[in-house]
Design a protein around this ligand. Structure first.
Ligand code: NAD
Length: 482
């Protein structure tokens, strides 16, 4: 039984679960209390030392067993994610990516966790060794846009490193947790060191109070509170937060290819990816064909209603986000923006944002400066590359970006001037496709070490220096006094 199910049967508080495709509340989520979080954390801590003492290959075997079990439960997991998010195609990709991440870390972790060779010092009788000491208990707090993947993306390397993990998914999309529980029931080696607790902000706060380091994915607003709470407890945190990713379409770019890539980057997952393209700066010299191709592509995409297994654009998952998108669209229109495609939310029980292309937009409008998390592409025409770079950088966010140009090296030079942790060239959202490239979030988009790349596993261990005197007696003894 999941920790949340146990809480439900013990008369805990609950939060209504809303189906994003119908808009109906069709379930209740148990809120795990602080006392229960503390009890579970204690249990995980008690098991962690044995887990860390295992050979890393044994821990990786457990991750492989996890991957196999998740694959056996692929169908019910996709169904649960479909009800959590209203998405069918993306939910399949989400499960497959998670299986892939488990197998990738199981293959890579042994080499990455090998202690470095001893280092000789300039004094022959001294040398140092390095131990990598895992944190006992890692807390993971995740958002609603990829419920399974973002609950496990940090948990997997943390487990490989020898930590125990306590995970709290978003209260908006927690149905998948009961299927995850069925998966874990088939992986006995992990049960003592991995637990999921359900609930909202209060459960998240309890998790922060119970662990030794936090991996948080979510909004800047909550991330700031999480960072402050971690600072008060003097524990490290890794914050992966929101973005308003710009795409720069330079004068020598192919307008049609750029438009199709940007449409994909802005509209895939219903625009509900942190690295979605959310604003476009196009050089005036190619603005006309670019905008025409973007509008044509936007109009060719279909909603996933009434059949979730057809169409490309899913519903807005979070009820709170619907209100934000509606306000941003109203603000943009009031200030003179024009929709060349889409532009109005559509109600089918759930709420959909049809692929929207806005022109006559500028950054004084909320839609061009605040995160929308929806299928909306505000397009701003610029006089030249310098203006595009300046306006792209004029943002509180710095998650990722994209540059389109006929000359890859030129695009790379422009990329190096952008204040963003990952820049795709002649494509969009490549940070979601390539997980091996190290990247940090710039500005308010995050804090801490890279989540991507093999180096990311180092967030879960501390370096301990072991300094050895191999045989000289009293080398530093007090000088003789008269
Ligand atoms: P959110 O900040 O509202 O919630 C995220 C999580 O924090 C949830 O589990 C929530 O219950 C929990 N929480 C709320 N208050 C808390 C508190 N006081 N203490 C501890 N936990 C608390 O974010 P959301 O709306 O679920 O997710 C959307 C956001 O996530 C967007 O801004 C998006 O850009 C961002 N995101 C970032 C990345 C990335 O890698 N940078 C990836 C995905 C999503």
């Amino acid at each position: 039984m999941t920790e949340s199910a146990q809480a439900a049967t013990s008369g805990a508080q609950t939060i209504p679960l809303r189906d994003p495709a119908t808009g109906e509340c069709d379930g209740q989520l148990a809120v795990v209390s602080k006392a229960e979080v503390d009890r579970i954390a204690q249990r995980l801590r008690a098991a962690q030392a044995d887990w860390a003492a295992l050979d890393v290959h044994n821990r990786c075997d457990a991750l492989l067993a996890f991957a196999d079990a998740l694959e056996r439960h692929r169908e019910p997991m996709v169904e649960a994610l479909l009800r959590d998010t209203g998405r069918w195609q993306e939910s399949q990709i989400e499960v497959d990516s998670t299986v892939g991440a488990l197998r990738r870390w199981a293959a890579d972790a042994p080499a990455l966790l090998q202690a470095p060779e001893p280092v000789a010092s300039s004094m022959g009788f001294l040398h140092s060794r390095q131990n990598l000491v895992p944190y006992e208990l890692v807390g993971v707090i995740s958002p609603w846009n990829f419920p399974l993947l973002l609950s496990l993306i940090d948990a997997i390397p943390a487990l490989a490193a020898g930590c125990a993990v306590l995970c709290k998914p978003s209260e908006v999309t927690s149905r998948f947790a009961s299927v995850l529980d069925d998966v874990m029931a088939e992986v006995p080696a992990l049960q003592p060191v991995f637990a999921v607790v359900t609930g909202g902000g209060s459960t998240g706060e309890a998790v922060i109070g119970a662990v030794d380091t936090i991996c948080f994915t979510g909004s800047v607003r909550t991330g700031r509170r999480v960072g402050e709470a971690c600072a008060a407890r003097f524990i490290p945190c890794s914050l992966e937060l929101g973005g308003k990713d710009p795409a720069l379409v330079l004068a020598d770019a192919d307008p049609v290819r750029s438009a199709r890539a940007i449409a994909w980057g802005g509209f895939v997952n219903g625009g509900q990816s942190c690295m979605s393209i959310e604003r476009v700066y196009v050089d005036a010299k190619i603005a006309e064909p670019f905008i025409a191709a973007l509008v044509e592509t936007a109009k060719s995409l279909k909603l996933t209603h009434p059949e979730p297994r057809e169409g490309q654009i899913g519903p807005i998952i979070s009820a709170a986000q619907i209100a934000i998108v509606r306000e941003q669209l109203a603000d943009a229109k009031k200030r003179g923006a024009r929709a060349l495609a889409g532009g109005e939310l559509i109600e089918h029980g759930g709420t959909w944002c049809p692929p929207t292309v806005l022109v006559d937009v500028d950054e004084s409008m909320r839609i061009a400066s605040e995160e929308s998390f929806a299928t909306i592409l505000p397009v701003m025409v610029v006089a030249n590359e310098e203006e595009a770079i300046k306006r792209a950088n004029d943002s509180i966010f710095g998650l990722s970006a994209a540059v389109f140009s006929g000359d890859t090296e030129h695009a790379a030079r422009v990329a190096s001037r952008l204040h963003a942790g990952g820049v795709s060239i002649n494509d969009a959202c490549l940070t979601g496709m390539i997980h091996t490239a190290e990247k940090q979030s710039f500005k308010q988009s995050g804090l801490g070490g890279s989540r991507m790349g093999s180096v990311s596993i180092r967030r879960f261990v501390r370096s301990q220096a072991v300094l050895v005197n191999s045989g000289v007696d009293d080398p530093w003894w007090f000088p003789a006094t008269t």
